[in-house]
Write a protein that binds this ligand. Structure first.
Ligand code: PLP
Length: 405
């Protein structure tokens, strides 16, 4: 057999698997120790009642001959695509159901979109960023260039016209830094994409966490984006669907490469490689956009954002620099004393039982930073915040770390 050489170029472990392994090792060595997990990407609040009720009704439909659903519309059921468009209208973005493709998760969408573009495409990735952008680009054999996020640019890298890219990934609000692009900044990216005949893949998975109405929630709020951008969004973080699985992709019909329509090609790809999202799940997803569903899921988003406030305030009280956490469920902390990410991670885990995510796992520009997730239960976050606020970083820097890094 002959392997795809590109897949062998990946790091041995996916970041979160590596964190889980280190926490497991710590647990085995210190079975009595309390572990407070602020490293996870996963949500902890249960599904909204409106969603569960809609899925129960849909499950009951499936036992009736005349209401049973087999294969559905590969693009997603019209009721859900219309509901998604209704949601966009709430922030004044006009999307037509024809441009919406429902699927089973933003991670799969990010990977699958690679099918649309030439293997020799040059990809521009912000750094640090969600590891899936990088890993899927490596697996597809792309040439990768980085746009550097720094403390100075607020982890919001801007385009450099002297560098050419065919594909640009943007994530706003950002995982891991929590940074959010302004309209003017996104406008500059759209102009860059036009100038380079590039396509922007815009990941809006944390859009529901934006608390300031002046900040853009979709790339399609920006003039000209419909001819240079694809947007991905997911029900995972907006409505706790991490285990249910549902997402959507907007591929505007106006988006073309030469005389080829990306919308038509994506439809063609999906009809061959995908057979549609579960009907029951789509009914649950549509319920997210009902008045009651919105009220319920927004309460959960608020809960997580209050957690973010607790983490941010505690860290600041301890004297470290943080950013993010205002319009995103992630707080991004600069490690004091120039500690490296994994070193600081180990010190926090071993001395406090607090699990974070090492910034370097999101790219070289994340070295020296840690990410704290606010998706834990209030009890966990309060206990962690209590410890963090009282943390003596001088002592932590002198702490004897066991087991390397
Ligand atoms: N995009 C970003 C930026 C994420 O942080 C995540 C999950 O952590 C995803 C996509 C994946 O979402 P899904 O659960 O829909 O696959």
């Amino acid at each position: 057999m002959r392997l795809n050489e590109n897949i062998t170029k990946l790091e041995q472990n996916y970041l979160f698997a590596e964190i889980a392994m280190r926490v497991r090792r710590h647990r085995e060595e210190h079975p009595e120790a309390e572990i407070l997990s602020l490293g996870i990407n996963d949500v902890t609040r249960p599904l909204a009642p409106a969603v569960c009720d809609a899925m129960s009704v849909a499950a009951q439909e499936m036992r009736q001959t005349d209401r049973f659903h087999g294969y559905g519309d590969v693009q997603g059921e019209l009721f859900l695509r219309r509901a998604i468009c209704g949601y966009y209208r709430t922030y004044k973005v006009g999307i037509e159901p024809e441009d919406v493709f429902v699927s089973d998760g933003a991670k799969s969408d990010l990977a699958n979109l690679c099918d649309l573009f030439a293997p020799e495409s040059t990809v521009l990735l912000p750094n640090p960023v969600y590891p899936v952008f990088y890993d899927t680009s490596v697996m597809a054999g792309r040439q990768i260039i980085f746009a550097r996020g720094t403390k100075e640019n607020g982890f919001l890298p801007m385009p450099d016209d002297s560098i050419h890219a065919d594909l640009i990934y943007l994530c706003s609000p950002n995982n891991p830094t929590g940074a959010v692009y302004t309209r003017a900044q996104l406008q500059a990216w759209v102009e860059y994409a036009h100038a380079h005949q590039a396509c922007i893949i815009y990941d809006a998975a944390y859009e529901a966490y934006i608390r300031n109405a002046a900040l853009p929630r979709s790339i399609f709020e920006i003039a000209g984006a419909e001819t240079c951008a694809i947007e991905i969004n997911s029900f995972s973080k907006m409505a706790g669907f991490t285990g249910v699985r549902c997402s959507w992709v907007i591929v505007p019909r106006a988006l073309t490469a030469g005389d080829q329509s990306l919308h038509r090609l994506w439809m063609r790809r999906q009809s061959t490689k995908y057979n549609g999202t579960s009907y029951i799940v789509q009914r649950g997803a549509a319920a997210v956009f009902s008045a009651e569903g919105q009220r319920q899921v927004r309460m959960d988003v608020q809960y997580y954002m209050e957690n973010a406030d607790l983490i941010r305030n505690a860290l600041r009280r301890s004297g470290v620099f943080t950013t993010g956490g205002e319009h995103a469920p992630y707080v991004w902390m600069e490690c004091p004393y120039h500690l490296r990410s994994w070193d600081c991670f180990a010190r926090l885990l071993q001395s406090q039982g607090i699990v974070s995510s090492p910034g370097v796992g999101f790219g070289a520009q994340g070295e020296g930073w840690l990410r704290f997730s606010s998706f834990g239960s209030r009890e966990t976050i309060e206990r962690a915040a209590h410890k963090l606020a009282a943390l003596d970083w001088d002592q932590l820097a002198l702490w004897q770390v066991s087991g390397g890094r």
